[in-house]
Every structure is written in C-alpha cells, then in structure tokens.
Design a binder for this molecule. Structure first.
Ligand SMILES: Nc1ncnc2c1ncn2[C@@H]1O[C@H](COP(=O)(O)OP(=O)(O)OP(=O)(O)O)[C@@H](O)[C@H]1O
Ligand SMILES: [Mg+2]
Length: 425
C-alpha cells in the first residue's frame, strides 16, 4: 500500500513523548517504512513531512516485514529501511531472517518493535540492525535516529564517489558520466550530484542545458567554510533527485585545485548525497590522482586504439596497486566501430589490460550528436539504441546490481547465519 492509501485510514498519532528537537538536516537519502500499526505509520508520515527531512525521501507503507520482503524481492532496498513488527521475540527474529535474504548490503535497517526487552535490543544490534526502537514512537524520535546514523563522525559517509576518467581526451568519459548520473536519479531514484572538475572546458552545464554559476570553483575557494548550507547554494538543481556542481567553464579565471580543498568539498557532498559522480578531466595532477585513488569506484573510458591502451594500462596498474582492497577500475569501451578506423579488437585490448569491459558502446554519431546539441541524455533521444542499452547496463553494474541475488542479505551482518543459533537459545 502506498503512503497516501495507507494514510487515509490512519488513526490519531501515537502518544510517545517528544524527544529534544534535532537541529541537523537529514541528508538526501531514501527511507522506506513498513509499519504494522497505524499510529506508527502516521508518526512516520509526520516525520517525512518535517522540515529536517526536506532533502530526504520517505515512503510509508503498511504491512510490516512481509510487505517489505514482497517489495524488495526484485528491487534494491533503500538507504534506510524501517520495519515494524508487533510480534514477540521469536516471531520477529524469524521474519528478520527472511528479510535478510532481500536486503542489500548498503542498506541500514531500523526495527520498531512492541517488546521492551533490552536483551532483544542487544541481540538485534549485534546482528547488524542499526536501531531497535520500542513503539509507540514519536516522529522526532525517527528524525533523531536518522540524524544520529548519518551525522555521527564515526559513521561511514552516506555517499559513494564514482570517478569517471578518459584514457585520453575526447573519448566520451564526461558524456558517459553524465548519462550514468542521470540514470541513477531517474531509474534508481537515487539522489545524485554530478561534480564537474574540468574547470576551463567542463561540459556538465552544457550537456544538461544548465549553464552558468561558479559551482565547484567557489566551493574549492572556500574550503574552510564549505558546509551543507553553502553546498545547497552552489548546486544547480536539474531535477528532483539530480543536482550539478558545475565548473565555471571559462578561461577568464584560472582555478587552481588544491588536493585538500577538493577532498574537503567531496566529503561534504558525499555526507549529503548517496551518489557522487565525479567527472575527472584527462590530466595527471596530484589532485586528479588523489580523486581516482580515493573514489569508491573508478570508471575508465577508452576507445580501441593504441594510445588509449597504453594510458589505460598505466591507470589500471597504478589503481590496482594503490587500492588492493577495492574493485578494480571498470573499463568502458566507447566509440567502437568508427568507419574506416583501424581498431584494436576488444578481446585483445582487454587481455592486454587484464580487465574485461563492463560495457562496449558503439560509435553512434547521430544519437550522441543529437543528445549533445539538444542538451539531452542518450536515453531521451534514442531509448532503443544500443548505446542507451549499454548505459543502462553500466548504471546497473555501478548500482551494485550485477551480484547474484544470493549475495543479498549482508546488510543484516551475519544475521541470517546467527538467527538459527539465537532461536535455539
Ligand atoms: N559512442 C559515441 N559515439 C559518437 N560520439 C560520441 C560517443 N561517445 C561520445 N561521443 C561524443 O564525443 C565527444 C566527446 O565526448 P566527451 O566530452 O564526453 O569526452 P571526454 O572524454 O569527456 O572529453 P574531454 O577530454 O574533452 O573531457 C562529444 O561530442 C560526444 O557527444
Ligand atoms: Mg570531459
């Protein structure tokens, strides 16, 4: 049931005490609540409408854990999943065991229960549940818990940084980065910021028809002051879930990028948004290297030619050595099949590199040319094109959906494995 439908029948709010007001804004996260009790559903609805949740998205449903399992069997779980259960300990643990099968590793889970038992609380927290709250709940309690989860300096940041770089200039890296960011916001309802680091020649503003503003340049110049409020002012809003941190794209002013300033700015962005796409220009400087080394994912775009092979090999070797515990860089082969151009066969290219291409995108001047002149995305101009389909696959891989379903469930830590033991106690 959707929140509107659910809300038509809700009873007056639960009368839990109001906690101290929270001051922090909740970042741009997706929250879904599956309630068993109408009072809880109404408190959730009020939390979702609170001013501190203006950047976050809250969906409220009835149906508790079974409804959540049904909703996420074939879909990605949100950043935060709140589930309510009116069952006693064993019933609750049993239902959570089933939920573990469909829960993505990156999602945090809050349980609202009707059993006030400190031992149960500890068991659940030990098993990977972020919070166990006893009903009835107050809307501010929910906001307080969310704020605690995302503003705790010890907590891992909300956002994943995905750095896109070309193996040489003009291979299509920016176009691919922008299309992936757009697809994240459109197909996965993931709040996304595209950060253009090509100060003089950046194309994010052009490709999205949103030119103007200093965006990233001003943020970099005010490293000590950059915070969520300043960031909100510098972002160019493209749609409900997609914002751009555009480059000035002007040669009048030379913007020096300092490694520390860039890292501070990206940390503020990633503390507020689940997906940060960074369009890294094809230059080799300490800051460019640092962004690639510290990103959660690196996507190298190459065309099938010798210079790209050499450069991509250097990048892959450096990044694999510097990030031994991370995914190897992803390879995108682009502009494949340019008429009359001799090309290195993709199989040979990837063998020499030691990385299989995540996707191979054909040379399609009509589609790419139309998109770029209209300030539109590839899917908007040619949804059925091979290029659009390949970009969908790339977005899917980068959303972490290449893993077989059996890998789901890590969000609840070792919950599944340990539940059996717990039930026997
Ligand atoms: N598969 C493709 N087929 C045809 N044209 C393409 C393809 N991919 C990208 N292009 C076009 O190539 C041009 C360069 O793309 P883009 O600016 O994204 O490259 P880049 O690697 O970011 O370049 P730069 O080094 O300037 O940052 C654009 O006009 C884009 O529309
Ligand atoms: Mg570019």
């Amino acid at each position: 049931m959707t929140n509107e439908a659910a809300m038509e029948q809700v009873q007056p709010a639960a009368s839990a005490p109001a906690p101290e007001p929270v001051v922090a804004l909740i970042p741009r996260i997706n929250v879904a609540a599956f309630c068993d009790d109408q009072g809880t559903a109404q408190a959730m609805q009020s939390a979702g409408a609170d001013r501190r949740m203006v950047q976050a998205h809250m969906d409220v449903h009835l149906g508790g854990i079974p409804a959540a399992i049904q909703a996420y069997t074939n879909a990605k779980t949100p950043d935060v999943l709140i589930i309510e259960s009116t069952k006693q300990r064993d019933g609750l643990l049993n239902d959570l065991g089933h939920l573990a099968h469909v829960c993505d590793p990156g999602s945090k889970v809050i349980v609202i229960g009707h059993v006030n038992d400190v031992l149960l609380y500890r068991e659940l927290v030990n098993q990977g549940i972020s919070e166990y709250i006893v009903a009835p709940i107050h809307q501010l309690q929910i906001i307080e818990h969310l704020a605690g989860m995302f503003h705790d300096p010890e907590a891992s940041p909300v956002g994943k940084v995905l750095a896109f770089v070309g193996a040489k200039g003009g291979v299509g890296s920016s176009t691919i980065a922008h299309n992936v960011g757009w697809m994240f916001s459109k197909h996965y309802a993931t709040d996304t910021v595209i950060t253009d680091l090509d100060m003089a020649f950046g194309t994010a503003g052009l490709n999205f028809n949103h030119e103007g503003g200093q965006g990233i340049a001003e943020a970099l110049g005010s490293m000590d002051r950059v915070d969520q409020t300043m960031l909100n002012r510098l972002l160019t809003k493209y749609s409900d879930r997609l914002s751009l941190l555009v480059a000035p794209s002007s040669i009048d002013r030379e913007v020096e990028i300092e490694e520390d300033a860039l890292s501070a700015v990206l940390n503020v962005v990633r503390a507020n948004v689940p997906s940060v796409i960074v369009d890294v220009p094809n230059i080799w400087t300490p800051w460019a290297k640092s962004v690639l080394v510290h990103a959660d994912e690196v996507i190298i775009t190459a065309t099938p030619e010798l210079a790209c092979l050499r450069n991509a090999k250097n990048l892959v070797d450096l990044l694999k050595a510097a990030r031994p515990n991370d995914n190897p860089p992803r390879l995108v082969m682009n502009q494949v099949g340019i008429p009359k151009r001799p090309e290195i066969p993709i199989a040979e290219f990837s063998k020499a590199l030691g990385v299989e291409p995540a996707v191979t995108i054909p040379f399609d001047p009509l589609t790419f040319g139309t998109a770029s002149s209209n300030g539109q995305m590839i899917e908007e101009v040619a949804v059925k094109s091979d290029a659009a389909r390949q970009l969908v696959v790339l977005s899917q891989i980068l959303q972490g959906q290449e893993a077989p379903p059996k890998q789901k469930g890590k969000a609840l830590g070792s919950l599944k494995a340990k539940l059996a033991t717990l039930r026997k106690k």
